[in-house]
Ligand binder design. Structure first.
Ligand code: GUN
Ligand code: ZN
Length: 456
C-alpha cells in the first residue's frame, strides 16, 4: 500500500516535471524522408520532400514534418525557429556495421585480404582495448567522429574486454545516442590474448546485458557479438544460443560470407553445405540479428534469411579495400532480404555514409546495377533503421519517432560542390551529386534526440 502511494506520487511528480520541461524545437529548411525503398516501390510514394519545410520536435521526438506554409499557423507566437536556408534536413544516418577498436588502424596496408589483415593489424589493435583509459579515449573520439559525419545510430563491434563496452555505452549515453554494442566473443583462431573461456565470456555478457540493455532513460541496446563462425567453437555456439534464448530482446551481430577463403574454411570447420547453416543451426537468425557483408551468399541462404527476416549490411568501402568482392544488391533485395549500409571501419575507409554511398554506386556499376540518389539516401536512413529492427523508432519523421536528424549543406560545402550543384536541377540530381561528392564537410549540423550535438 505504502509502496503504491509512493509510486503514485512519483508518477505525478514525473508527469508534472515532463510538462514543465516540455521542450519544443522548430527547424525551418528543406526536408527529405523515406517511407519505402525507392528501388522497390513506385518512386512517388516512397518519400516525402518539402522544399520549404518545417520540422517540429517535442521532448526529443518528432511531432510533425511538413510544408512550412501549412504548418506555420500552428506555431506558438514566441516560437524560436532555427533556420537553415541552404540546408537539407534528413533523418540521421544509420551505420549498421562498424568496429570501434579499429579507428587507430583504419587504412592499414598489409597487401593481403581479410584473414591476413585481421592477423596482422586488427587483432593487435583490439588488444589495446584492455587498457581502460585507451578504451575510454577511443570511445569518445569514435562517438564524436560518428556525429561529425551525421551518423546518429550505429551497430558497433567492440572488443573482448568488458571495459570496452562500458566505455562505449558511457560515451554514447552522454550524448543520449542510440547505440548497439556488446562483448566481442571468440574462442579459437585468434591470438591467445583474445581467446576467451566460453563460460567467462557468457557470464561477462550476462552482466553487461543486465547493466546496459535498454537501461531506463537511455537508448542503449545490447548485442551478442561473436566475430564469425571461424573464431567460435560449436561448444561456444551452444552457450551463445542459450544466452540469446535467455535474453530474446538483445540483438545479435556478426559477419558472414565476406571472403571466399572465410567461406571455404567455415564449411571445412563445421561440415556444412552453406555458411548460413551454422548460424541457423544455433537459432541465431531473426530480425534482431545483423549479418555483415554477405557477398558470397547463395540463393538458398538468401531465401532462408528472407524467411527468418534476417538483414544484411552492405559495406562497400571495406569490400573494395580488402578485395573481398562485389555485393549483389539486386540479388539480395529481389530475395526480399533487408539491407542497410555499413562503413565497417577500419576495413572500411570512411566514417561518412555519403562516401560509403559513393563506393556503393561503383560496386553496383561493376555489376550493371544502378544506385539512384534517392535509393542511396533511403539505404542510409530508413534502410538502416529497418536492418536494425528499429523502424518503429527511427528512419524517418513519422510523428512520435525519435528526433535524430542531420542538416546537410545542399548548396555545396566545397568549391567543387558549389559549382556542380548549380547545374543540379532536380532533387534526384542533387542527391546524386551529394552522395558522389559529399563527405563529412557536407554535414552542417547533427541533432540527437532533438538536441544539437554537432555544428560545423
Ligand atoms: N570478419 C571477422 N572479423 C572481422 C573484422 O574485424 N573486420 C572485417 N571486415 N571482417 C571481419
Ligand atoms: Zn566488420
Amino acid at each position: 500500500m505504502i509502496k503504491q502511494f509512493f509510486f503514485a506520487i512519483g508518477l505525478l511528480a514525473f508527469t508534472f516535471f515532463s510538462i514543465a520541461t516540455a521542450e519544443s524545437l522548430y527547424v525551418h529548411s528543406a526536408i527529405l524522408e523515406f517511407y519505402q525503398d525507392p528501388g522497390q516501390s513506385t518512386q512517388a510514394d516512397s518519400y516525402h520532400y518539402f522544399p520549404d519545410g518545417l520540422l517540429v520536435v517535442q521532448d526529443g521526438h518528432v511531432k510533425k514534418a511538413g510544408n512550412y506554409s501549412t504548418l506555420k499557423s500552428d506555431l506558438p507566437p514566441n516560437a524560436k525557429i532555427v533556420n537553415y536556408p541552404n540546408g537539407l534536413i534528413i533523418p540521421g544516418f544509420i551505420d549498421t556495421h562498424i568496429h570501434y577498436p579499429q579507428v587507430d588502424m583504419i587504412a592499414a596496408d598489409n597487401g593481403g585480404q581479410l584473414l591476413d589483415w585481421l592477423n596482422q593489424y586488427t587483432f593487435p589493435f583490439e588488444k589495446k582495448m584492455k587498457d581502460k583509459q585507451y578504451s575510454e579515449d577511443t570511445a569518445h573520439f569514435f562517438i564524436d567522429e560518428l556525429l561529425r559525419n551525421g551518423t546518429t545510430t550505429a551497430n558497433v563491434f567492440a572488443a573482448v574486454y568488458p571495459q570496452s563496452i562500458d566505455a562505449l555505452f558511457t560515451a554514447a549515453e552522454q550524448k543520449h545516442m542510440r547505440i548497439i554494442t556488446g562483448l566481442d566473443m571468440a574462442d579459437r583462431n585468434v591470438p591467445a590474448y583474445l581467446i576467451q573461456k566460453p563460460e567467462v565470456a557468457i557470464a561477462q555478457s550476462e552482466e553487461l546485458i543486465q547493466k546496459w540493455h535498454e537501461k531506463l532513460g537511455t537508448r542503449l541496446i545490447y548485442s551478442i557479438e561473436f566475430r564469425f563462425a571461424i573464431t567460435t567453437t560449436p561448444a561456444f555456439f551452444k552457450q551463445i544460443e542459450a544466452l540469446k534464448q535467455r535474453y530474446p530482446t538483445v540483438h545479435v551481430h556478426t559477419h558472414i560470407s565476406e571472403s571466399k577463403a572465410e567461406v571455404t574454411l567455415t564449411k571445412q570447420l563445421f561440415h556444412v553445405k552453406n555458411y548460413l547453416d551454422v548460424y541457423q543451426h544455433y537459432n541465431l537468425l531473426g530480425p534482431n540479428t545483423l549479418l555483415a557483408h554477405g557477398i558470397w551468399l547463395t540463393t538458398p541462404e538468401l531465401q532462408e534469411m528472407s524467411k527468418t527476416k534476417t538483414p544484411v549490411s552492405f559495406c562497400p568501402t571495406s569490400n573494395l579495400f580488402l578485395g573481398s568482392g562485389l555485393f549483389n544488391l539486386a540479388k539480395v533485395t529481389s530475395n526480399q532480404v533487408t539491407v542497410g549500409l555499413g562503413t565497417d571501419v577500419g576495413a572500411g575507409t570512411s566514417f561518412s555514409l555519403l562516401q560509403t554511398l559513393n563506393e556503393a554506386f561503383k560496386v553496383l556499376q561493376l555489376q550493371q546495377q544502378h544506385l539512384t540518389g534517392l535509393r542511396g539516401f533511403y539505404l542510409a536512413t530508413l534502410g538502416g533503421a529497418r536492418a536494425l529492427n528499429l523502424e518503429d523508432k527511427l528512419g524517418n519523421f513519422a510523428p512520435g519517432k525519435e528526433a535524430d536528424f542531420v542538416v546537410l549543406n545542399s548548396e555545396g560545402a566545397t568549391p567543387l560542390l558549389k559549382r556542380r550543384l548549380l547545374y543540379a536541377n532536380t532533387l534526384e540530381e542533387k542527391l546524386f551529386v551529394l552522395m558522389m561528392l559529399g563527405d563529412d564537410r557536407t554535414v552542417m549540423a547533427t541533432y540527437v534526440n532533438g538536441k544539437l550535438v554537432y555544428q560545423s
